[in-house]
Design a protein around this ligand. Structure first.
Ligand code: SF4
Ligand code: SF4
Length: 110
């Protein structure tokens, strides 16, 4: 399995899964997290890798609620196959200002 599975979200960001990494992941923690009762349940396991249960259009219209549960689950129990990109211009500006002053931010976006 290779390539990526990617979809856009309502805020203008995107979620991308590296399928070669995800195929090796034993926990599939992102899928488990997304399917906790009362969460959005837009992810499923297909061919041993995460897939969308809804259409790309539905995900972008808000079916994915951008709760970040999948990313957090991957960080704690997965092996780093997910990249969640959200537009955060104010944050980026803050970090750039800190860097310009020679400060080292405690947290950096990937
Ligand atoms: S938990 Fe991370 S590495 Fe595992 S399947 Fe999900 S995104 Fe891929
Ligand atoms: S952000 Fe939330 S709703 Fe969207 S895929 Fe991840 S866990 Fe599911």
């Amino acid at each position: 399995m290779s390539g990526v599975m990617s979809f856009e979200v309502f805020s203008g960001g995107s979620v991308t899964f590296d399928l070669a990494t995800c195929a090796k992941c034993k926990t599939k923690a992102c899928v488990v997290a997304c399917n906790v009762p009362n969460l959005a349940c837009v992810l499923e396991l297909k061919d041993n890798v995460p897939a969308l249960k809804v259409t790309q259009e539905e995900a972008k219209r808000g079916a994915c609620i951008e709760c970040l549960a999948c990313e957090l689950a991957c960080m704690t129990d997965g092996i780093g196959g997910i990249t969640f990109s959200l537009p955060m211009p104010e944050w980026d500006e803050l970090i750039a200002g800190a860097a310009a002053r020679g400060e080292t931010p405690g947290f950096q976006r990937r």
